[in-house]
Design a protein around this ligand. Sequence first.
Ligand SMILES: Nc1ncnc2c1ncn2[C@@H]1O[C@H](COP(=O)(O)OP(=O)(O)OP(=O)(O)O)[C@@H](O)[C@H]1O
Ligand SMILES: [Mg+2]
Length: 436
Amino acid sequence: MNLFSKYSGSSDLLAGDLGRLSGSYVPESFPHRETEIDHIVRILSSIMRDSRPSNILIYGKTGTGKTSTTQYVTKMLSEAAGEKVRVCFVNCQVHDSPYSILTTLVNELSEGKDDLIPPMGWPLDRIYGELIARINGKGGYYVLVLDEIDRLLQKNGGDSLYVLLKVIDDSTSSRTSLIGITNDANILDGLEPRIRSRMNQESILFSPYNASDLRDIISFRLKGVVKANVVEESAINLCAALGAQEHGDARKALDLMRISVEIAMREGRKTITDKEIYEARDRFEMDVVKEAIKTLPLQSKIVLLSAVVTQELSSKLMITGEIYENYRNICNELGFMSLTSRRVSDILSELEDFGLLSATTRSMGRYGRTRFIKVMGQLDLFKKHLLEDDNLSMFQGSRIVRQSRFENVFGNKEERNLTDRELENKLSNFADADLQ
Ligand SMILES: Nc1ncnc2c1ncn2[C@@H]1O[C@H](COP(=O)(O)OP(=O)(O)OP(=O)(O)O)[C@@H](O)[C@H]1O
Ligand SMILES: [Mg+2]
């Protein structure tokens, strides 16, 4: 028997390309985003009437459709306005410095291979000059989309945005607008008012989807991908509920559905039921998180363990100092040398890059900048994977505390009732020695 023949049953399930459920595929419409799309279209439509559109700040949680709706709308704009408009899309997760962003923009505006500029070697002012020359040389309208702009601001501060806003002023023979996209609604808080007000001349919130929105979105995206009646209604509902649990994340919901279909295909099953969705969820979480955790160096595992057990005591945001204290407690308990707090702070940034932690830095007035940290995922799952390391398997955690001196900030542990934002405000009144 041919070893592959059992897999050929896949066509029993599929009516089209499964890749259409993947994150990079931009669908032909967006249920439950009509209002937001209409808002963006109205702003950008001033190009059709020959005036410069306002800058736009689009914000909302992960998987709420910010990137893909912006791609969808700007593509339509290019189709409608033709030569008159150029749209440049830059992802600041990839290009996280003004240098790299300006280089990318210059190269996006290249006519051919010959006028590409090298990724390194040119001084910043020369790249800037080249960008302005190219923009002014052609005239017309430019829409510069800066996706994941929080990344840029975290790494380089407000000045980096200033450079990009300056492009607008210097493009005198043409008209440039910026669209910034961010996960973090508070990202502009610490910036100078003049930068802030210019960046969000218009701001548009993408609110989280609820389970019923996600159900519509999944059903819509499944059309033409799977055959009729292959996916059970209850499986769609479950998938939507799981996505809604994750702050209304359509990406998560669609990924779960795509993995479920793959599982069903591989196993030669005829339908997708709740069982396949649960299997997909387990695989999804296991694969991504487990691999990421398993391959961490020991010291990074200890730092992550400290963050997990600290967060277990109270679900609110943590401060570097707290995680460091508990990190040292764990090192003592297990007999490891502990690293300096500076090094642990670097490790926390690395863990953030892996997506295992999330950190937001806030300006705390005269106390300087403070990092607030959260574990990104299920604490018990993280802990399980961490304790699979033989070096950590003896961990008991008897000495783990949320430091009493940090509790001063919260007063009688009432922090459980505070929102993250309120908590941060309280923390901002707290002595800097404890915050760092
Ligand atoms: N209303 C919708 N209808 C159909 N598909 C949607 C809708 N909203 C989001 N999606 C899909 O969900 C996935 C995630 O969307 P997108 O990448 O735009 O999210 P995002 O808000 O940019 O997230 P992040 O902040 O993580 O970058 C994409 O595959 C997108 O096509
Ligand atoms: Mg995005």
